[in-house]
Design a protein around this ligand. Structure first.
Ligand code: GAR
Length: 212
């Protein structure tokens, strides 16, 4: 997992892993580009390896990403989850994990990409906000959409209250997508991602993993 901040999505993935709801995915390492963030504390408390790859210590994106890739390779990482990771990845990094990098974003993309999405939705007067989990490409929140959940904007919402309600959905959706990715159930054709049912799953299982 690549993180930069609070790590609530990391905590949700760790809880899913502990409950057996992430298998066959395992969180191999948590890498932050910022020192001293809460996400690193959460990872360490859960006994996960952590790495700091501080972008400020590198002369540019290329050496920064080389260090990131080396940290991931050292932990035999096969897929990458970015959650609140506030660096845009270049084509070199994306090509190292083709259709194996997923990001979560607190808006119904393609609306409100970038930073402060809940505040953008409020400023625009949107009535429905939400969360999108998508494959990462070289744009800002532009990759093929894997799954979305809508969250209504309520009268009196501010950016914090709206983001909080979006995160309740986000913390359910992201672990379900990570599991589906590890199970090889995500099929991407052009921009269209299909989520195949889990082998042997009946309708109740499908409901339980919230995806199909
Ligand atoms: C999450 O809500 C994530 O969707 C958002 O940052 C938050 C990180 O929270 N990401 C973006 O806005 C990316 N454009 P967390 O550190 O508690 O998981």
């Amino acid at each position: 997992m690549l993180v930069s901040g609070r790590g609530t999505n990391l905590a949700a993935l760790l809880a899913a892993e502990a409950a057996g709801r992430l298998a066959p995915a395992e969180i191999a390492v948590v890498v932050s580009n910022r020192p001293g963030v809460r996400a690193l504390e959460i990872a360490a408390a859960a006994g996960k390896p952590t790495e700091l790859v501080d972008h400020k210590r590198f002369a540019g994106r290329e050496p920064f990403e080389r260090a990131l890739l080396a940290a991931l390779a050292a932990h035999q990482v096969e897929a990458v989850v970015t959650a609140g990771f506030m660096r845009v990845l270049t084509a070199t990094f994306v090509a190292a994990y083709p259709l194996r990098i997923v990001n979560t974003h607190p808006a119904l993309l393609p609306a409100f990409p970038g930073t402060d999405a809940p505040a953008q939705a409020l400023a625009h007067g949107a009535k429905i906000a939400g969360v999108t989990v998508h494959f990462v490409d070289t744009g800002v929140d532009t990759g093929p959409i894997i799954a979305q959940r809508a969250v209504p904007v309520l009268p009196g919402d501010d950016a914090e209250s709206l983001h909080h309600r979006i995160q309740i959905e986000e913390h359910r959706l992201l672990p379900a997508v990570v599991r589906a990715l590890a199970q090889g159930r995500l099929v991407c054709e052009g921009r269209t991602v299909t989520i195949r049912p889990a082998p042997g799953a009946d309708a109740a299982d499908a409901d339980a993993d919230q995806l199909v």
